[in-house]
Design a protein around this ligand. Structure first.
Ligand code: GCU
Length: 437
């Protein structure tokens, strides 16, 4: 080759190798990029573990076998393999921080009560924002955790603003809540309607319990239980969902000491990751008489084996702190898990449960959420209840805005996005009237 061509040839060879490297790199990236499946015909073959066959293979034929042996087995499997084991109930102390006798247009009493969860000399304090109708003593209540702070559920200017970590979003910068975020979540909490219907509402900022990011459980409630947890194998230790659920139970411990709240009539509600939390709270604590899962999806109401939308591998990668380490075993290996989420709903039986999906929330797999209810139905029937309805579970996935609510397992598909709306609350209040009030 003439020497004058050498630089040109060199240039082209270099460019071609660079291009090759780029192509390989993009391919690797594409392989790692998660592509959710929404195609029913592409769902992997699966068989659900049976809720009504014991670990030893015996059929669960009556309520007493369920209560005495199968239910404890399933609860144990969820604790060891999915959410992790939490500690026993700790001591609590409470202190009223504020009281307003004319909240919500004069209809409600609004209080802020600090509940301190104590272990030896260590503690975590959560602030309960409590609304009770003025006209009644000892009311049934809804309790639900909130995402951005108690001051976001109501625009009132005198609700205290959390000093704890808050996710940056909108007006929240540097992980600190600001005045500007007062009332920003009010659309999800129709307090006046709840009060008018004769219920109280209690909400707690979830970051008071455990800030929602992976830090090896250095902050929040986990570290105070170091001693209690030392005998629990690493893979089975509680994650954040279990911690949030644990605190919901400690709030009920407090209700037992508050004469304005009827601790026997408590409904727990949660949206999304907090819907996963309300289901686990309902499974672990029978004092929740109604459990509401709003758009909870993967690790909540949706069947994991369908792997539609968010999958176990994906959730464990994005949110490694939510579940226990053992749950990692089921990344792209859902069939190996001894439980699926219909069994979580079954743990709530015979108490009432309501699962809600939204048409625009495909990530949470609405049909998978519905199928969990369908597969939990036989457990309710075994316990002598109507499950999804006295004439049997529905044969078809319902259309939107057509709630299934005549039995103890309620379900609806709502039009619209991943959210909590007045439509959702209207269904929950009607259902609560039948099962809590
Ligand atoms: C993400 C996550 C979901 C979760 C949701 C939420 O979308 O993937 O699992 O339910 O956040 O909590 O808002």
């Amino acid at each position: 080759m003439p020497p004058s061509l050498e630089p040109i040839v060199k240039f082209f060879t270099c460019s071609i190798s660079l291009l090759a490297v780029l192509i390989i790199h993009t391919k690797v990236l594409a392989q790692n990029r998660f592509v959710p499946n929404y195609d029913e015909s592409a769902i992997p073959a699966y068989e659900l573990p049976s809720a009504l066959i014991t670990n030893q293979g015996a059929a669960v034929t009556d309520a007493s076998i369920w209560k005495e042996s199968r239910r404890p087995e399933i609860l144990e499997l969820f604790a060891a393999e999915v959410y992790g084991r939490g500690p026993e109930a700790c001591e609590i102390q409470h202190q009223t921080i504020s009281k307003k006798s004319n909240a919500i247009g004069g209809k409600a009493i609004r209080r802020e009560v600090d509940v301190k969860m104590l272990t030896g000399s260590r503690s975590t304090t959560m602030r309960l924002l409590i609304y009770t109708p003025k006209s009644a003593a000892s009311v049934p209540v809804f309790i639900g955790l909130n995402f951005q702070g108690n001051h976001t559920v109501d625009a009132a200017d005198d609700i205290s603003i959390t000093k704890n970590w808050v996710r940056n979003r909108g007006d929240v910068k540097n992980n600190r809540a600001t005045e500007a975020t007062r009332g920003t979540a009010a659309g999800r909490w129709p307090i006046e309607t709840i009060i008018d219907r004769g219920y109280g509402l209690v909400t707690i900022y979830y970051g008071d319990i455990d800030p929602d990011f992976a830090d090896g459980f250095q902050n929040g409630i986990h570290p105070q239980f170091e001693k209690e947890m030392s005998s629990v194998p690493q893979g089975e230790r509680w994650g954040s969902i279990a911690a949030w659920a644990y605190a919901l139970s400690r709030a009920v411990d407090y209700f037992e000491q508050d004469e304005t709240i009827d601790a026997e009539r408590v409904a727990v509600i949660g949206h999304s990751r907090l819907g996963k939390t309300s289901l686990w709270a309902g499974a672990t604590d029978p004092r929740f008489k109604l459990v509401i899962s709003n758009n909870s999806g993967c690790g909540g109401a949706a069947l994991s084996r369908r792997a539609v939308g968010e999958t176990v591998a994906r959730i464990n990668t994005s949110f490694p702190h939510w579940f226990c380490d053992n749950y990692l075993k089921y990344n792209q290996n859902e069939n190996a898990c001894p439980v699926d989420q219909h069994m979580l709903i079954g743990l709530i039986a015979p108490r009432a449960v309501y699962v809600a999906s939204a048409t625009g929330d495909k990530w949470a797999d609405p049909r998978g959420e519905f199928l969990s209810c369908i597969h939990a139905d036989p457990i309710y029937r075994l316990l002598g209840n109507s499950g999804m309805g006295s004439s049997g579970p529905p044969a078809e996935f319902p259309t939107a805005q057509a709630p299934i609510n005549s039995g103890r397992v309620g379900y609806h598909l709502r039009t619209g996005k991943h959210d909590v709306t007045d439509y959702d609350w209207a269904q929950y209040l009607d259902f609560a009237d039948r099962h809590v009030k």
